[in-house]
Design a protein around this ligand. Structure first.
Ligand code: KIV
Length: 280
């Protein structure tokens, strides 16, 4: 495993696959979360456009803008995590033209401090992925249930259950490796197909709802720590119930205000004795 104090790079992640070491990844959208992830030893932070659903309350990720992604990526970078920081390219930021894709990927790096960018999709996106790689920005691929294609898929549905689509996903993974992406996120794909992909490509596969045959796993931070109470897919294992912990703290706070138990004298600023006399 990399030394806990070692800064993770795209090379460290590739090395981990070679050594058969598992990669841990999580989303983060701000400084405190980036710092917690880094302190815990998470290998990769994705500033995902999932923030559209998790933070902004949208039903899908389609409304998230490149400026919002830069804003959040810059926050994560300012936390100076040891984890590799990947900025997500939102819908329309790389679909209109190759030039726009290059410009937006560069902005994520230059203004947001991203160390790599993520783009969703297979064959149709190869030209723009190639162009971004050509200006030396590392790219993380994303196949399977790519949320920016939610309308095409008719909802958030598992991908690759049938032969043709399974073949397409496998082929896309092989081609993405040839293009030079440093890793691929595999989302909501049957685990047998994921196993085949992981065994076929030499770059790391990072799964979400993709079973255990991946080189690493990624979860949305807010799902993992139980921060929100909204619907969670079956793969989103909840490692804590921070919603309950925080709610409990707030209820306690309200009670203390009502009873006068907060603030205590030690939490207030006293005057010097002579000025106190003067006030009297
Ligand atoms: O946007 C995101 O957070 C993602 C991950 C869930 C893979 O794409």
């Amino acid at each position: 495993m990399p030394h806990p104090e070692e800064k993770r790079t795209v090379l460290s992640l590739k090395r981990m696959k070679k050594r058969g070491e598992k990669i841990s990844a999580v989303t983060a959208y701000d400084v405190p979360t980036a710092k917690i992830a880094s302190d815990a030893g998470i290998d990769m932070i994705l500033v995902g456009d999932s923030l559209g659903m998790v933070l902004q309350g949208y039903k899908n990720t389609l409304k998230v803008t490149i400026d919002e992604m830069i804003y959040h990526t810059a926050m994560v970078s300012r936390g100076e995590p040891l984890s590799l920081v990947v900025g997500d390219m939102p819908f329309q930021s790389y679909h209109v033209s190759i030039e726009k894709g290059i410009e937006n990927a560069s902005r994520l790096v230059k203004e947001g401090g991203a160390e790599a960018v993520k783009l969703e999709g297979g064959q149709k996106r190869f030209p723009v992925i190639e162009a971004i790689l050509d200006i030396d920005i590392p790219v993380l691929g994303h196949l399977g249930l790519t949320p920016q294609s939610v309308h095409k898929f008719g909802g958030f549905r598992v991908q690759g259950k049938l032969k043709n689509r399974a073949r397409e996903i496998l082929q896309d993974a092989v081609e993405l490796e040839k293009l030079g992406v440093f890793a691929i996120v595999l989302e909501s794909i049957p685990f047998e197909l994921v196993r085949k992909i992981t065994e076929t490509v030499c770059i790391p596969t990072i799964g979400i709802g993709a079973g255990k045959y991946c080189d690493g796993q990624i979860l949305v931070f807010h799902d993992l720590v139980g921060y929100t109470k909204v619907y969670q897919p079956r793969f989103a294992r909840k490692y804590a119930d921070t919603h309950a912990v925080i709610k409990d703290a707030l209820c306690h706070y309200i009670k203390d205000i009502e009873t006068g138990a907060f603030p205590a004298e030690a939490e207030s600023y006293p005057l010097k004795k002579d000025i106190e006399e003067f006030l009297k």
